[in-house]
Design a protein around this ligand. Structure first.
Ligand SMILES: [Zn+2]
Length: 134
């Protein structure tokens, strides 16, 4: 039986905004130190998800050209926050359903991305705090 007790680990401080910011800065620094590494990761993602990326690009182009207008609130739940274009079928880029972040993550296509109620609540809190809501 172990008799010596190691020092209890210090309580881990909760991340505050300052620490969150520095995590963002670390990520930026890591990117700048080796951009090719991150571009390769992005290329690999696009190769694995070519159809999905093409569908997203189509939406982006249409919005940019003014042919598609992003609604100001979620047609499903009525939240006034950033509304995203959901593709039930990525092979049909023009068939979209506008959904807020919270509803979007609840869609079957995204069941692996964020399913917990807590995750949804956090996503909702983040989006409702975002600056474009102002
Ligand atoms: Zn919604």
């Amino acid at each position: 039986m172990e008799t010596s007790t190691p020092d209890a680990p210090a309580a881990r401080p909760r991340r505050n905004d300052e620490q969150r910011q520095s995590a963002k800065e670390r990520q930026r620094a890591a990117y700048q130190a080796d951009p090719e590494k991150y571009r390769a990761i992005q290329r690999a993602y696009r190769a694995r998800n070519a159809e999905k990326c093409a569908a997203r690009q189509w939406v982006s182009n249409e919005i940019q050209a003014g042919r598609l207008i992003r609604p100001t609130h979620c047609p499903k739940c009525g939240r006034v926050e950033r509304v995203e274009a959901h593709h039930p079928d990525h092979s049909k880029p023009s068939e979209i359903e506008w959904l807020c972040r919270v509803c979007h993550f609840g869609e079957p296509n995204h069941s692996g991305e964020a399913v917990s109620e807590r995750g949804r609540a956090n996503a909702q809190a983040r989006w409702s705090k975002a600056s474009w809501a102002a």
